[in-house]
Design a protein. Structure first.
Length: 135
């Protein structure tokens, strides 16, 4: 038996495939999903998502959102998500520096803008950690 996994962001479908297992970072800790899992709706946190298919494991960086397990289908609606191979370390480092500078330079940021910049910094950190750990 297999699972169908789909990861969607506001910009694009990031992942869609039949898999064996997935481990999702949630606000309550990591949740491993196997075929036959009970129905579940959970909040996705910033972190590393692990997908196993056969003898290979693929890693994705995700940032916020929700995951739903229904039958053998796992749907993840994430604010941001990227596969490990698409992470450009240099670009991520630059984006992180710009976001950190914007946070430091603006004493009176709009709360929504502050949250957006803070989320960008956290997601950049997740991407860098994922990419650097796999070297």
């Amino acid at each position: 038996m297999a699972l169908t996994l789909e990861i969607v962001t506001p910009e694009a479908r990031v992942y869609s495939d039949t898999i064996d297992t997935v481990v999702i970072p949630t606000t309550a800790g990591e949740v491993g999903i196997l075929p036959g899992h009970i129905p579940l709706l959970t909040q996705v946190d910033h972190g590393e998502l692990r997908v196993t298919k056969g003898n290979t494991t693929q890693f994705l960086a995700v940032s916020g959102g929700f995951a739903q397990v229904s039958g053998d289908k796992v749907s993840i609606l994430a604010e941001r998500a990227i596969t490990e191979e698409k992470i450009d370390e240099h670009a991520v480092e630059e984006a992180m520096k710009r976001a950190e500078a914007a946070i430091k330079e603006s004493a009176h940021l709009d709360p929504n803008e502050f949250e957006h910049l803070h989320g960008m910094v956290r997601f950049a950190g997740v991407q860098l950690a994922l990419k650097r750990r796999r070297r």
